[in-house]
Design a protein around this ligand. Structure first.
Ligand code: 5CA
Ligand code: ZN
Length: 412
Protein backbone atom coordinates (compact mmCIF):
# COMPACT_ATOMS: atom_id res chain seq x y z
CA UNK A 1 0.00 0.00 0.00
CA UNK A 2 1.03 3.58 -0.46
CA UNK A 3 2.20 5.04 2.88
CA UNK A 4 1.39 8.65 3.76
CA UNK A 5 3.90 11.34 2.87
CA UNK A 6 6.92 12.16 4.96
CA UNK A 7 7.95 15.45 6.48
CA UNK A 8 11.56 16.63 6.66
CA UNK A 9 13.30 16.08 10.00
CA UNK A 10 15.89 18.77 10.71
CA UNK A 11 19.24 18.14 12.42
CA UNK A 12 19.32 19.24 16.05
CA UNK A 13 22.43 20.93 17.45
CA UNK A 14 24.14 19.25 20.43
CA UNK A 15 24.62 15.62 21.42
CA UNK A 16 21.95 12.91 21.17
CA UNK A 17 21.27 10.39 23.93
CA UNK A 18 20.80 6.64 23.25
CA UNK A 19 17.16 5.63 23.61
CA UNK A 20 16.12 3.50 26.57
CA UNK A 21 12.73 1.79 26.43
CA UNK A 22 10.67 -0.47 28.64
CA UNK A 23 10.64 -4.01 27.24
CA UNK A 24 7.61 -6.10 28.17
CA UNK A 25 9.52 -9.36 27.71
CA UNK A 26 12.38 -8.33 30.01
CA UNK A 27 10.09 -6.45 32.40
CA UNK A 28 12.51 -3.54 32.61
CA UNK A 29 13.83 -0.48 30.85
CA UNK A 30 16.74 -1.37 28.56
CA UNK A 31 18.80 0.63 26.13
CA UNK A 32 17.97 0.07 22.47
CA UNK A 33 21.06 -0.91 20.47
CA UNK A 34 20.24 -0.61 16.79
CA UNK A 35 22.80 -1.02 14.05
CA UNK A 36 23.25 1.64 11.38
CA UNK A 37 19.70 0.80 10.29
CA UNK A 38 17.25 0.62 13.19
CA UNK A 39 14.38 -1.79 12.50
CA UNK A 40 10.87 -1.29 13.86
CA UNK A 41 7.52 -2.98 13.31
CA UNK A 42 4.39 -1.38 14.71
CA UNK A 43 1.03 -3.09 14.42
CA UNK A 44 -1.27 -1.11 12.17
CA UNK A 45 -4.99 -0.49 12.16
CA UNK A 46 -7.90 -2.73 11.38
CA UNK A 47 -9.62 -0.28 9.05
CA UNK A 48 -13.30 -0.64 9.90
CA UNK A 49 -13.67 2.71 11.63
CA UNK A 50 -11.85 6.03 11.82
CA UNK A 51 -8.66 6.61 13.80
CA UNK A 52 -9.49 7.57 17.38
CA UNK A 53 -7.22 9.31 19.86
CA UNK A 54 -6.17 6.01 21.40
CA UNK A 55 -4.78 4.81 18.08
CA UNK A 56 -3.18 8.22 17.54
CA UNK A 57 -1.48 8.17 20.95
CA UNK A 58 0.03 4.75 20.24
CA UNK A 59 1.38 5.80 16.83
CA UNK A 60 2.76 9.01 18.35
CA UNK A 61 4.73 7.03 20.93
CA UNK A 62 6.45 5.01 18.21
CA UNK A 63 6.92 8.14 16.13
CA UNK A 64 9.08 9.43 18.98
CA UNK A 65 11.10 6.20 18.90
CA UNK A 66 11.61 6.80 15.17
CA UNK A 67 12.65 10.43 15.74
CA UNK A 68 15.06 9.61 18.56
CA UNK A 69 16.79 6.99 16.47
CA UNK A 70 17.13 9.50 13.62
CA UNK A 71 18.59 11.96 16.12
CA UNK A 72 21.10 9.26 17.09
CA UNK A 73 22.22 9.04 13.48
CA UNK A 74 20.48 5.80 12.53
CA UNK A 75 18.50 5.21 9.43
CA UNK A 76 15.15 3.72 10.36
CA UNK A 77 13.45 0.87 8.55
CA UNK A 78 9.87 1.10 9.74
CA UNK A 79 7.24 -1.45 8.78
CA UNK A 80 3.53 -1.28 9.55
CA UNK A 81 0.69 -3.56 8.50
CA UNK A 82 -2.97 -2.93 7.79
CA UNK A 83 -5.29 -5.72 8.92
CA UNK A 84 -7.44 -5.35 5.83
CA UNK A 85 -9.10 -8.74 6.20
CA UNK A 86 -10.38 -9.92 9.59
CA UNK A 87 -13.62 -10.61 11.43
CA UNK A 88 -14.27 -7.06 12.75
CA UNK A 89 -13.98 -5.61 9.26
CA UNK A 90 -16.36 -8.18 7.77
CA UNK A 91 -18.82 -7.73 10.65
CA UNK A 92 -18.91 -3.96 10.22
CA UNK A 93 -19.28 -4.21 6.44
CA UNK A 94 -22.10 -6.69 6.94
CA UNK A 95 -23.85 -4.51 9.52
CA UNK A 96 -23.73 -1.49 7.22
CA UNK A 97 -24.46 -3.36 4.00
CA UNK A 98 -21.15 -2.16 2.61
CA UNK A 99 -18.47 -3.82 0.51
CA UNK A 100 -15.66 -4.75 2.94
CA UNK A 101 -12.97 -3.78 0.41
CA UNK A 102 -14.44 -0.31 0.00
CA UNK A 103 -14.79 0.09 3.78
CA UNK A 104 -11.14 -0.87 4.31
CA UNK A 105 -9.93 1.43 1.55
CA UNK A 106 -11.89 4.39 2.87
CA UNK A 107 -10.78 4.02 6.47
CA UNK A 108 -7.17 3.39 5.45
CA UNK A 109 -7.23 6.58 3.37
CA UNK A 110 -8.58 8.52 6.35
CA UNK A 111 -5.89 7.01 8.59
CA UNK A 112 -3.20 8.20 6.17
CA UNK A 113 -4.63 11.72 6.26
CA UNK A 114 -4.78 11.66 10.06
CA UNK A 115 -1.20 10.46 10.38
CA UNK A 116 -0.09 13.09 7.91
CA UNK A 117 -1.89 15.84 9.81
CA UNK A 118 -0.30 14.69 13.07
CA UNK A 119 3.13 14.69 11.38
CA UNK A 120 3.75 11.03 12.18
CA UNK A 121 6.71 9.86 10.08
CA UNK A 122 5.50 7.17 7.66
CA UNK A 123 6.73 3.58 7.46
CA UNK A 124 8.72 2.66 4.36
CA UNK A 125 6.66 -0.54 4.10
CA UNK A 126 2.93 -0.15 4.70
CA UNK A 127 1.59 -3.60 3.93
CA UNK A 128 -1.96 -4.93 3.85
CA UNK A 129 -2.68 -8.53 4.87
CA UNK A 130 -4.34 -9.05 1.50
CA UNK A 131 -1.21 -7.84 -0.25
CA UNK A 132 0.90 -10.26 1.83
CA UNK A 133 -1.38 -13.24 1.16
CA UNK A 134 1.18 -15.33 -0.82
CA UNK A 135 3.73 -14.84 1.97
CA UNK A 136 1.20 -15.83 4.62
CA UNK A 137 0.10 -18.93 2.71
CA UNK A 138 3.71 -20.02 2.33
CA UNK A 139 4.26 -19.61 6.08
CA UNK A 140 1.19 -21.70 6.99
CA UNK A 141 2.53 -24.46 4.74
CA UNK A 142 5.90 -24.35 6.49
CA UNK A 143 4.37 -24.45 9.96
CA UNK A 144 2.24 -27.42 8.93
CA UNK A 145 5.16 -29.36 7.54
CA UNK A 146 7.37 -28.68 10.56
CA UNK A 147 4.68 -29.95 12.92
CA UNK A 148 4.16 -26.59 14.62
CA UNK A 149 0.66 -26.53 13.13
CA UNK A 150 -2.12 -29.00 12.50
CA UNK A 151 -5.29 -29.24 10.55
CA UNK A 152 -8.58 -29.77 12.33
CA UNK A 153 -10.26 -33.08 11.72
CA UNK A 154 -13.33 -31.37 10.25
CA UNK A 155 -14.46 -32.28 6.72
CA UNK A 156 -16.47 -29.12 6.29
CA UNK A 157 -14.02 -26.54 7.68
CA UNK A 158 -10.50 -28.03 7.98
CA UNK A 159 -9.00 -24.95 9.65
CA UNK A 160 -5.29 -24.86 10.46
CA UNK A 161 -4.14 -24.13 14.02
CA UNK A 162 -0.79 -23.34 15.60
CA UNK A 163 0.26 -25.50 18.56
CA UNK A 164 0.53 -22.68 21.05
CA UNK A 165 3.70 -23.97 22.73
CA UNK A 166 5.47 -25.24 19.62
CA UNK A 167 8.67 -23.34 20.50
CA UNK A 168 8.59 -24.13 24.22
CA UNK A 169 8.75 -20.40 24.98
CA UNK A 170 5.08 -19.57 25.16
CA UNK A 171 4.45 -16.72 27.59
CA UNK A 172 7.97 -15.30 27.46
CA UNK A 173 6.91 -12.11 25.70
CA UNK A 174 3.85 -11.14 27.79
CA UNK A 175 4.48 -13.08 31.03
CA UNK A 176 0.73 -13.44 31.42
CA UNK A 177 -0.53 -15.89 34.02
CA UNK A 178 -2.52 -18.89 32.75
CA UNK A 179 -5.72 -17.16 33.94
CA UNK A 180 -4.85 -13.95 32.08
CA UNK A 181 -4.03 -15.95 28.97
CA UNK A 182 -7.43 -17.62 29.03
CA UNK A 183 -9.24 -14.34 29.58
CA UNK A 184 -7.33 -12.24 27.03
CA UNK A 185 -7.39 -14.99 24.41
CA UNK A 186 -11.19 -15.16 24.64
CA UNK A 187 -11.62 -11.36 24.74
CA UNK A 188 -9.18 -10.49 21.98
CA UNK A 189 -10.16 -12.47 18.94
CA UNK A 190 -9.34 -16.03 20.08
CA UNK A 191 -11.68 -19.03 19.83
CA UNK A 192 -11.04 -21.24 22.88
CA UNK A 193 -14.32 -23.08 22.33
CA UNK A 194 -13.68 -24.19 18.75
CA UNK A 195 -14.35 -27.94 18.80
CA UNK A 196 -11.50 -30.17 17.67
CA UNK A 197 -8.60 -28.00 18.80
CA UNK A 198 -5.88 -29.81 20.71
CA UNK A 199 -5.68 -26.99 23.25
CA UNK A 200 -7.99 -23.99 23.86
CA UNK A 201 -5.07 -21.55 23.35
CA UNK A 202 -4.02 -22.88 19.95
CA UNK A 203 -4.22 -20.00 17.48
CA UNK A 204 -5.91 -19.92 14.11
CA UNK A 205 -3.53 -19.78 11.15
CA UNK A 206 -5.83 -20.51 8.23
CA UNK A 207 -9.61 -20.37 8.29
CA UNK A 208 -11.17 -22.57 5.64
CA UNK A 209 -13.64 -20.67 3.45
CA UNK A 210 -17.14 -20.19 4.90
CA UNK A 211 -20.12 -19.41 2.68
CA UNK A 212 -20.45 -15.68 2.10
CA UNK A 213 -16.94 -14.87 3.36
CA UNK A 214 -14.06 -13.74 1.15
CA UNK A 215 -11.42 -16.39 0.60
CA UNK A 216 -8.15 -16.91 -1.24
CA UNK A 217 -7.15 -20.02 -3.16
CA UNK A 218 -4.10 -21.82 -1.92
CA UNK A 219 -2.59 -25.28 -1.60
CA UNK A 220 -4.17 -25.24 1.87
CA UNK A 221 -7.57 -24.99 0.23
CA UNK A 222 -9.54 -21.76 -0.08
CA UNK A 223 -9.62 -19.65 3.07
CA UNK A 224 -8.24 -16.62 4.84
CA UNK A 225 -5.47 -16.11 7.36
CA UNK A 226 -5.50 -15.81 11.14
CA UNK A 227 -4.52 -12.45 12.57
CA UNK A 228 -1.23 -13.10 14.39
CA UNK A 229 0.55 -14.73 11.47
CA UNK A 230 -0.03 -11.67 9.33
CA UNK A 231 2.24 -9.58 11.54
CA UNK A 232 4.89 -12.31 11.91
CA UNK A 233 5.23 -12.72 8.19
CA UNK A 234 5.06 -9.05 7.20
CA UNK A 235 7.72 -8.19 9.78
CA UNK A 236 9.94 -11.21 9.19
CA UNK A 237 10.07 -10.86 5.42
CA UNK A 238 11.08 -7.20 5.60
CA UNK A 239 13.05 -6.83 8.83
CA UNK A 240 14.30 -10.38 9.42
CA UNK A 241 14.56 -11.81 12.95
CA UNK A 242 16.03 -9.95 15.90
CA UNK A 243 14.74 -6.55 14.84
CA UNK A 244 14.86 -3.70 17.32
CA UNK A 245 11.31 -2.89 18.36
CA UNK A 246 7.92 -4.56 18.01
CA UNK A 247 5.28 -2.04 19.03
CA UNK A 248 1.59 -1.59 19.65
CA UNK A 249 -0.94 -0.87 22.36
CA UNK A 250 -0.95 -2.87 25.60
CA UNK A 251 -4.03 -4.76 24.40
CA UNK A 252 -1.70 -6.47 21.90
CA UNK A 253 0.83 -7.84 24.41
CA UNK A 254 -1.26 -11.00 24.69
CA UNK A 255 -2.24 -12.88 22.64
CA UNK A 256 -1.21 -10.95 19.53
CA UNK A 257 2.46 -10.23 20.15
CA UNK A 258 2.99 -13.49 22.01
CA UNK A 259 1.77 -15.42 18.97
CA UNK A 260 3.35 -13.24 16.30
CA UNK A 261 6.70 -13.78 18.01
CA UNK A 262 6.02 -17.50 18.50
CA UNK A 263 5.01 -18.03 14.86
CA UNK A 264 8.15 -16.28 13.60
CA UNK A 265 10.36 -18.20 16.01
CA UNK A 266 8.76 -21.47 14.93
CA UNK A 267 9.23 -20.52 11.27
CA UNK A 268 12.91 -19.71 11.59
CA UNK A 269 14.08 -21.74 14.57
CA UNK A 270 15.65 -18.48 15.81
CA UNK A 271 15.03 -16.32 18.85
CA UNK A 272 14.10 -13.56 19.48
CA UNK A 273 11.65 -12.15 16.98
CA UNK A 274 12.17 -8.65 18.38
CA UNK A 275 14.72 -7.29 20.84
CA UNK A 276 12.19 -5.00 22.55
CA UNK A 277 8.43 -5.50 22.84
CA UNK A 278 6.97 -2.09 23.60
CA UNK A 279 3.41 -1.35 24.58
CA UNK A 280 1.54 1.91 24.89
CA UNK A 281 -1.18 2.32 27.51
CA UNK A 282 -4.85 2.52 26.64
CA UNK A 283 -6.50 5.89 26.16
CA UNK A 284 -10.06 6.35 27.37
CA UNK A 285 -12.53 9.19 27.39
CA UNK A 286 -13.38 10.88 30.69
CA UNK A 287 -12.39 7.82 32.70
CA UNK A 288 -13.89 5.11 30.48
CA UNK A 289 -12.01 2.96 27.96
CA UNK A 290 -12.54 4.39 24.49
CA UNK A 291 -14.29 1.67 22.58
CA UNK A 292 -16.58 1.23 19.68
CA UNK A 293 -19.18 -0.59 21.76
CA UNK A 294 -19.38 2.25 24.31
CA UNK A 295 -19.72 4.76 21.48
CA UNK A 296 -17.31 7.13 23.23
CA UNK A 297 -14.72 7.52 20.50
CA UNK A 298 -13.05 10.80 19.71
CA UNK A 299 -11.80 10.69 16.16
CA UNK A 300 -8.73 12.53 14.92
CA UNK A 301 -10.62 13.34 11.73
CA UNK A 302 -13.49 14.87 13.71
CA UNK A 303 -11.10 17.16 15.57
CA UNK A 304 -9.56 18.13 12.24
CA UNK A 305 -13.07 18.80 10.93
CA UNK A 306 -13.64 21.06 13.93
CA UNK A 307 -10.51 22.98 12.88
CA UNK A 308 -8.49 21.92 15.93
CA UNK A 309 -4.78 22.37 15.19
CA UNK A 310 -3.28 18.84 14.94
CA UNK A 311 -0.16 20.17 16.70
CA UNK A 312 -2.33 20.95 19.75
CA UNK A 313 -3.69 17.38 19.62
CA UNK A 314 -0.13 16.13 19.45
CA UNK A 315 0.91 18.20 22.46
CA UNK A 316 -2.19 17.13 24.39
CA UNK A 317 -1.48 13.44 23.76
CA UNK A 318 2.21 13.78 24.61
CA UNK A 319 1.46 15.34 28.00
CA UNK A 320 1.22 11.92 29.68
CA UNK A 321 3.50 8.92 29.81
CA UNK A 322 2.94 6.64 26.84
CA UNK A 323 2.77 3.54 29.03
CA UNK A 324 0.08 4.87 31.36
CA UNK A 325 -3.57 4.11 30.83
CA UNK A 326 -5.11 7.54 30.62
CA UNK A 327 -8.09 9.60 29.61
CA UNK A 328 -8.65 12.12 26.90
CA UNK A 329 -10.46 15.14 28.29
CA UNK A 330 -11.54 18.50 26.92
CA UNK A 331 -9.11 20.04 29.43
CA UNK A 332 -6.18 18.15 27.89
CA UNK A 333 -6.97 19.69 24.53
CA UNK A 334 -7.38 23.16 26.05
CA UNK A 335 -3.99 22.79 27.73
CA UNK A 336 -2.38 21.53 24.51
CA UNK A 337 -3.81 24.49 22.59
CA UNK A 338 -2.56 26.98 25.19
CA UNK A 339 0.89 25.40 25.28
CA UNK A 340 1.16 25.48 21.49
CA UNK A 341 0.29 29.19 21.46
CA UNK A 342 2.91 30.00 24.12
CA UNK A 343 5.60 27.97 22.40
CA UNK A 344 4.83 29.68 19.08
CA UNK A 345 4.97 33.07 20.72
CA UNK A 346 8.34 32.30 22.31
CA UNK A 347 10.07 30.99 19.18
CA UNK A 348 8.89 34.08 17.31
CA UNK A 349 10.94 36.29 19.66
CA UNK A 350 14.24 37.77 18.46
CA UNK A 351 16.19 36.38 21.42
CA UNK A 352 15.92 34.00 24.38
CA UNK A 353 18.09 32.12 26.86
CA UNK A 354 20.71 29.78 25.37
CA UNK A 355 18.96 26.76 23.85
CA UNK A 356 21.67 24.16 24.56
CA UNK A 357 20.71 23.20 28.13
CA UNK A 358 16.98 23.06 27.30
CA UNK A 359 17.60 20.90 24.23
CA UNK A 360 19.86 18.59 26.23
CA UNK A 361 17.20 18.17 28.89
CA UNK A 362 14.56 17.55 26.22
CA UNK A 363 16.75 14.82 24.70
CA UNK A 364 17.56 13.30 28.07
CA UNK A 365 13.91 13.08 29.10
CA UNK A 366 12.79 11.56 25.82
CA UNK A 367 15.65 9.06 25.84
CA UNK A 368 14.48 7.94 29.29
CA UNK A 369 11.65 5.67 28.11
CA UNK A 370 9.95 8.59 26.33
CA UNK A 371 9.25 10.68 29.39
CA UNK A 372 7.26 13.19 27.38
CA UNK A 373 5.70 14.89 30.40
CA UNK A 374 9.10 16.04 31.62
CA UNK A 375 10.30 16.66 28.07
CA UNK A 376 7.45 19.11 27.50
CA UNK A 377 8.27 20.81 30.79
CA UNK A 378 11.87 21.27 29.70
CA UNK A 379 10.61 23.24 26.71
CA UNK A 380 8.08 25.09 28.91
CA UNK A 381 10.91 26.27 31.15
CA UNK A 382 12.81 27.75 28.20
CA UNK A 383 9.59 29.27 26.82
CA UNK A 384 8.69 30.86 30.20
CA UNK A 385 12.13 32.38 30.49
CA UNK A 386 12.09 33.66 26.91
CA UNK A 387 8.64 35.20 27.33
CA UNK A 388 9.73 37.09 30.42
CA UNK A 389 12.53 38.66 28.40
CA UNK A 390 15.37 36.54 29.80
CA UNK A 391 18.31 35.88 27.49
CA UNK A 392 20.08 37.60 24.65
CA UNK A 393 20.79 34.59 22.45
CA UNK A 394 19.56 35.36 18.94
CA UNK A 395 20.02 31.77 17.66
CA UNK A 396 18.10 30.18 20.55
CA UNK A 397 14.50 30.62 19.30
CA UNK A 398 15.39 28.97 15.98
CA UNK A 399 17.23 26.14 17.71
CA UNK A 400 14.28 25.43 20.01
CA UNK A 401 11.95 25.46 17.01
CA UNK A 402 14.22 22.94 15.28
CA UNK A 403 14.50 20.66 18.32
CA UNK A 404 10.74 20.68 18.94
CA UNK A 405 10.15 19.90 15.28
CA UNK A 406 12.73 17.08 15.03
CA UNK A 407 12.30 15.42 18.42
CA UNK A 408 8.65 16.03 19.31
CA UNK A 409 7.29 16.31 15.76
CA UNK A 410 5.56 19.58 16.61
CA UNK A 411 5.82 22.31 14.01
CA UNK A 412 5.78 25.71 15.65
N1 5CA B 1 -4.73 -4.42 13.32
C1 5CA B 1 -4.50 -4.77 14.69
C2 5CA B 1 -3.03 -4.88 14.99
S1 5CA B 1 -2.19 -5.95 13.90
C3 5CA B 1 -5.14 -3.77 15.64
O1 5CA B 1 -5.03 -3.94 16.84
N2 5CA B 1 -5.82 -2.77 15.07
S2 5CA B 1 -6.60 -1.65 15.89
O2 5CA B 1 -7.14 -0.76 14.88
O3 5CA B 1 -7.53 -2.23 16.79
O4 5CA B 1 -5.56 -0.89 16.75
C4 5CA B 1 -4.48 -0.21 16.15
C5 5CA B 1 -3.44 0.16 17.21
O5 5CA B 1 -4.01 1.05 18.17
C6 5CA B 1 -2.95 -1.06 18.02
O6 5CA B 1 -1.58 -0.88 18.34
C7 5CA B 1 -3.77 -0.98 19.29
O7 5CA B 1 -3.10 -1.58 20.38
C8 5CA B 1 -3.88 0.52 19.48
N3 5CA B 1 -5.08 0.91 20.24
C9 5CA B 1 -6.35 0.50 20.05
N4 5CA B 1 -7.19 1.08 20.95
C10 5CA B 1 -6.41 1.90 21.72
C11 5CA B 1 -6.67 2.77 22.83
N5 5CA B 1 -7.90 2.95 23.32
N6 5CA B 1 -5.61 3.44 23.36
C12 5CA B 1 -4.35 3.29 22.88
N7 5CA B 1 -4.05 2.48 21.83
C13 5CA B 1 -5.06 1.80 21.26
ZN1 ZN C 1 -0.22 -6.84 14.55
Amino acid sequence: MQPWSSVPVPQVPGTPHPLRLYDTAAGEIRVTTPGPVARMYVCGITPYDATHLGHAATYLAFDLVHRLWLDNGHEVHYVQNVTDIDDPLLERADRDGEDWVVLAMRETALFREDMNALRVLPPQDFIGAVEAMPEIIEAVGKLLSSGAAYRLDDDEYPDVYYRHDATGRFGSESHCTPEEMDRFFAERGGDPERPGKEHPLDALLWRAARPGEPSWDSELGPGRPGWHLECSVIALNRLRMNFDVQGGGSDLAFPHHEFSAAHAEALTGEHPFARHYCHAGMVGLDGEKMSKSKGNLVFVSRLRGDRVDPMAVRLALLDAHYRSDRSWTADALTAGTARLARWRQAVALATGPAAGPAIDELRERLADDLDTERALRAVDAWVDAALTGTGEDATAPGEIRTAVDALLGVRL
